[in-house]
Design a binder for this molecule. Structure first.
Ligand code: 3SK
Length: 519
C-alpha cells in the first residue's frame, strides 16, 4: 500500500542506489582481512536479511548487535534495516551486567554476539525475557538454556533471492536505536528514523566535508557510536565511497598503519586519540593521503589542532554532535578553522544559546545552554517519556552543553550544563560510578566529578569520604569499579576528603570540588 509519506528505506538508499548507478564493482568496505564490492555487499546484506527473517525477525522488532567493527556487524546492521527491523548496535566495552540492561530494555528478540565477548553476552541474555535467538559470530558456542543458538555464518548464508527488495518502510519508520547515557543518567535508546540517516549524510558529510566516491573513510570511533556509524557507514555508502573498518582497539600506530596501507582520505578521531597520536613516534608522513581530519566527542584543544596540522599536515575540523541528533550539527569548515571553536551550524540545523529559564541569549560572549534543531533529531528515548520531554522540546533539543557565541559568529564549548561528564568522548553518569563506590565497605560518601587535565579534557575523579576507622586505597577502589563497570567509566584518580562540600539543603557542591581539584 502507498502512504502519504512515500517509501524510504535507509539500507536500500545506502546499498541499492550504488548498484543502480552502475558502481557495483567499486569497493564498499575493506577490513584487514576482507574487501567487498558494492555488488558483494548487496548480496551479503540480502543473505543476512533472509537469514534474520528465517529466525522470525519482523519489521520494527529490535536486533541487538554486540560485535567488533567488521563485515559481520556492517552487514547485520544493514540487513536489519533492509528488513524494516531496528538495528541496535551496542558498545563492546560494557560488562555483562551493563549489557544485560540494554538487552532487556530493548526487548530485542535476536541478539548477535561475538565469540570474543562470549562471557559478557551470555551473562547479558541470561535474564532477558524477550530474547529468543542468540547468534554467535565466530562459530556456535555452548547452548544457553531457553534460547535457540546459531552461528552467524549459517544465518548469513541464506539464499539472497529470498529478499529481492527492501522493506517499504516510510521516512519516519524506526531504523536504528543508539544507547547513550547522554544528557542525563542511565543509558537510554535514542530512536532514529530511516530519514535521519540520509539527512546527516547529505547535510554534514556531503555539504560540509564534500565527500565523494573517491573517499576512503577511517574512523577511530566504532560503529556502535553515533559518530562512528556515520563516519564508517552512512557517509561512505551515501556517495559510493569506501569504508575502512578496523576491528581492533585503536591505537596511534595501528590507525597510522591502516591509513597508510589503505590510503585513507578522511580520518575521524577524538581528542583522546589526537593527544596520544601527537605524543607517539608515528612517522610524520603516515597520514599523507588524508585530505581532511575530523574531531568530535569533546572540544578539540587548540594545541592538538596546530599539532596535527604542523606535524602531520592534516587539518582537523572540530565539530559537536550528539547521539540524539545522530551526528555533527555545528562544525568548522575546511580551510576556515577557528581553533578552540566548534565552528558554525551545519546546513539544515539551527542553534540557540538559552539561559536557565530557556530564554534565548542574543548577545555574543554570554554563556548559556546550547539548543539545536534539525531534521535528524531522534523521535525520543525508548520508554523514557519523562526524560524525552525534558530533552526534546518541540523541534528543539537541549544539548546539556554550555556554549557561547564568538564575535565572528562561531560557537565555543565551555563544558557541561549539568553534572554529566565525558571520558574519552563517551558520556559517564557520575551517579553510576558513585553507586558502585558506595557499595565498597570503606566508603561513606562519594562524589564523582570530571576534572580537566592540561588539555581541558575530563578525567573521571572520585572524591571519597572514608567510613570511620577506614582508609581508601586508590588502586583498590579503581579495581572495585572495574569489576562491574566498563573500563572507560572507572575513576582515574581517587581523592580522600574528610567531608564533601554541600549546600544548605544537603546537595553536593560539585562545582566546588571541580574548582578545588583544577590543575
Ligand atoms: O560527541 C559528539 O560530538 C558526537 C558527534 C557525532 C555524533 C555523535 C556524537 C555524540
Amino acid at each position: 500500500p502507498t502512504t502519504f509519506q512515500g517509501e524510504f528505506n535507509a539500507a536500500s538508499y545506502l546499498v541499492d542506489r550504488n548498484l543502480v548507478a552502475g558502481a557495483g564493482e567499486r569497493v564498499a568496505v575493506r577490513t584487514p582481512a576482507r574487501t567487498l564490492s558494492y555488488a558483494e555487499l548487496s548480496t551479503e546484506v540480502r543473505r543476512a536479511a533472509a537469514g534474520l527473517r528465517q529466525l522470525g525477525v519482523r519489521p520494527e522488532e529490535r536486533v541487538l548487535l554486540c560485535l567488533p567493527d567488521d563485515v559481520e556487524l556492517f552487514t547485520a546492521i544493514l540487513a536489519s534495516m533492509y528488513l524494516g527491523a531496528i538495528a541496535v548496535p551496542v558498545s563492546t566495552m560494557l560488562t555483562g551486567q551493563e549489557l544485560g540492561k540494554l538487552v532487556t530494555d530493548s526487548r530485542a528478540t535476536v541478539v548477535l554476539g561475538a565469540a570474543e565477548y562470549e562471557a559478557n553476552v551470555r551473562a547479558a541474555v541470561r535474564d532477558a525475557p524477550d530474547v529468543r535467538h542468540l547468534v554467535w559470530q565466530g562459530g556456535v558456542r555452548d547452548p544457553v538454556a531457553g534460547l535457540d543458538c546459531h552461528s552467524w555464518e549459517a544465518v548469513a548464508s541464506a539464499d539472497p533471492a529470498e529478499v529481492t527488495a527492501a522493506f517499504p518502510s516510510w521516512p519516519d519508520s524506526p531504523a536504528l536505536w543508539l544507547y547513550t547515557s547522554g544528557t542525563t543518567g542511565t543509558p537510554k535508546a535514542a530512536m532514529h528514523r530511516h530519514t535521519d540517516i540520509r539527512f546527516v549524510a547529505e547535510n554534514y558529510a556531503q555539504r560540509v566535508l564534500g565527500v565523494g566516491p573517491r573517499d576512503r573513510f577511517l574512523s577511530v570511533a566504532k560503529l556502535f557510536f553515533a559518530y562512528g556509524i556515520g563516519n564508517s557507514m552512512f557517509f561512505p555508502l551515501s556517495v559510493g565511497g569506501t569504508a575502512l573498518l578496523e576491528p581492533a582497539r585503536p591505537n596511534p600506530q595501528l590507525i597510522a598503519d591502516r591509513a597508510t596501507a589503505d590510503s585513507a582520505t578522511l580520518l575521524f578521531g577524538t581528542p583522546s586519540f589526537w593527544g596520544p597520536l601527537l605524543a607517539s613516534g608515528v612517522a610524520d608522513g603516515a597520514f599523507s593521503t588524508v585530505r581532511q581530519g575530523v574531531s568530535a566527542g569533546e572540544a578539540l584543544p587548540a594545541r592538538m589542532f596546530h599539532g596535527m596540522r604542523d606535524r602531520f599536515g592534516v587539518e582537523v575540523l572540530d565539530g559537536i554532535g550528539s547521539t540524539e541528533m545522530l551526528h555533527i550539527f555545528i562544525s568548522n569548515r575546511p580551510g576556515e578553522v577557528r581553533p578552540s571553536s566548534s565552528g558554525v551550524p551545519v546546513p539544515g540545523y539551527e542553534v540557540e544559546i538559552r539561559d536557565s529559564s530557556g530564554v534565548p541569549i542574543d548577545e555574543q560572549g554570554v554563556p548559556g545552554e546550547l539548543y539545536v534543531r534539525g531534521d535528524s533529531a531522534a523521535i525520543g528515548y525508548w520508554c523514557r517519556a519523562g526524560v524525552s520531554r525534558e530533552v526534546f522540546l518541540g523541534d528543539w533539543m537541549r544539548t546539556g552543553d554550555t556554549y557561547l557565541r564568538n564575535s565572528d559568529g562561531t560557537f565555543s564549548c565551555l563544558g557541561r550544563f549539568n553534572d554529566m561528564l565525558k571520558a574519552g568522548g563517551i558520556w559517564v553518569a557520575p551517579a553510576e560510578v558513585e553507586d558502585r563506590l558506595l557499595e565498597h565497605p570503606s566508603v561513606a560518601e562519594v562524589a564523582v566529578v570530571g576534572v580537566a587535565d592540561e588539555d581541558g579534557l575530563d578525567r573521571v575523579t572520585a572524591c571519597v569520604v572514608p567510613k570511620q576507622g577506614h582508609g581508601v586505597a586508590e588502586d583498590e577502589l579503581i579495581s572495585w569499579c572495574r569489576e562491574t563497570l566498563a573500563a572507560f567509566k572507572r575513576p582515574r584518580a581517587v581523592v580522600q576528603l574528610a567531608e564533601l562540600p554541600k549546600t544548605a539543603t544537603g546537595k553536593i557542591r560539585r562545582n566546588v570540588l571541580r574548582e578545588m581539584l583544577a590543575v
